[in-house]
Design a protein around this ligand. Structure first.
Ligand SMILES: Nc1nc2c(c(=O)[nH]1)N[C@@H](CN(C=O)c1ccc(C(=O)N[C@@H](CCC(=O)O)C(=O)O)cc1)CN2
Length: 297
């Protein structure tokens, strides 16, 4: 079997177009643009690329982008003060503090300071709690993007066996909650899981989010399964001094067995920013007490 490719890049483009249409409608009704503030502390090269992309895509979708670039030595107190000023700013519907933060800053404290109503990353404990009990709130962008790709490919997910490899607050845990809400039978596997290949082999849906290059092998995959690769790992390339991106799944091996698979790059990654724009627009509609057409995005 050769797996069908799940084209996250194309899906994300479509989502961004729908967001842009609704952002224009929002501006016409509210008399202002929906706004996203992104805060970057330090000069991590990958984070700089993601923040630049977020700014460009926000503007391209017809929303206002507010970038706050702070030096790596910024104190926790100063960062919290920036977040508090964004909480109070009516032009800002969504706040995102780019992770990871420098070691001297307590990430949880920063996330807890973001207003849950502007937490378009969905990392605040209030939004995590809302997801856990099935109340409306903001859902972290990467897992929501994975779910959109899965539903687009498979339709109804109920009754399917899903394995989520990884238990981070950003991907693994919310992904498991989303799949439970879709009536999947969900296993969350991690570094202590015994006989991981056997656990993965039972799954109709595999979500790999461990951050270990090409860890999930082709012979771990059940024939016909759908494989969503969340990993973005930079490894040495064929040419001296060059690097290339690989996922957490051995793409060549898994493609020979799976029914459908996301590539890296061009799979889950582009969905992260498209869903961020979507969450920001939802926040803008809520802040202005305007109705978003049901199921529009
Ligand atoms: N506050 C947050 N911090 C971080 C998040 C997040 O959701 N919120 N996620 C990641 C990084 N990230 C967005 O911030 C992100 C990662 C990857 C991509 C992407 O489009 N990847 C491309 C490849 C890009 C490349 O060449 O390097 C792909 O997979 O095709 C977008 C956003 C950590 N921090």
């Amino acid at each position: 079997m050769t797996a069908q490719l799940i084209d996250g890049k194309a899906f994300a483009e479509g989502l961004r177009e729908r967001v842009a249409e609704l952002a224009a409608a929002f501006e016409a009704k509210a008399g202002r643009k929906a706004g996203l503030a992104v805060v970057l502390v330090g000069e991590d090269p990958a984070s700089q690329v993601y923040v630049r992309s977020k700014g460009k895509q926000t503007v391209a979708a017809g929303m206002a982008s507010f970038e706050h670039k702070l030096p790596a030595e910024t104190s926790e107190a100063d960062l919290l003060a920036v977040v508090e000023s964004l909480n109070a700013d009516p032009a800002v519907d969504g706040i995102l503090v780019q992770l990871p933060l420098p070691k001297h800053i307590d990430e949880q404290k920063v996330i807890a300071t973001i207003s849950p109503d502007k937490d378009v990353d969905g990392f605040h404990v209030v939004n995590a709690g809302r997801l856990a009990v099935g109340l409306p709130g903001y859902v972290p962008c990467t897992p929501l993007g994975c779910l959109m790709l899965l539903k687009d490919k498979l339709g109804d997910l109920s009754g399917l066996d899903a394995v989520v490899i990884g238990r981070s607050n950003i991907v693994g845990k919310p992904m498991a909650q989303l799949l439970i809400a879709e009536s999947c039978t969900v296993t969350v596997a991690h570094s202590r899981t015994k006989n991981l290949p056997e656990v993965v082999r039972r799954a109709d849906i595999v979500i790999a989010a461990v951050g270990r290059p090409e860890m999930v092998k082709g012979d771990w995959i059940k024939p016909g399964a759908t494989v969503i690769d969340v990993g973005i790992n930079r490894v040495p390339g064929a040419e001296e001094g060059k690097t290339r991106l690989v996922g957490d799944v051995d793409f060549a091996g898994a493609s020979a067995v799976a029914g459908a698979i996301t590539p890296v790059p061009g799979g889950v990654g582009p969905m992260t920013i498209a869903v961020l724009l979507r969450n920001t627009l939802v926040s803008a509609y809520r802040a202005s007490a305007l109705d978003l057409p049901a199921g529009a995005i």
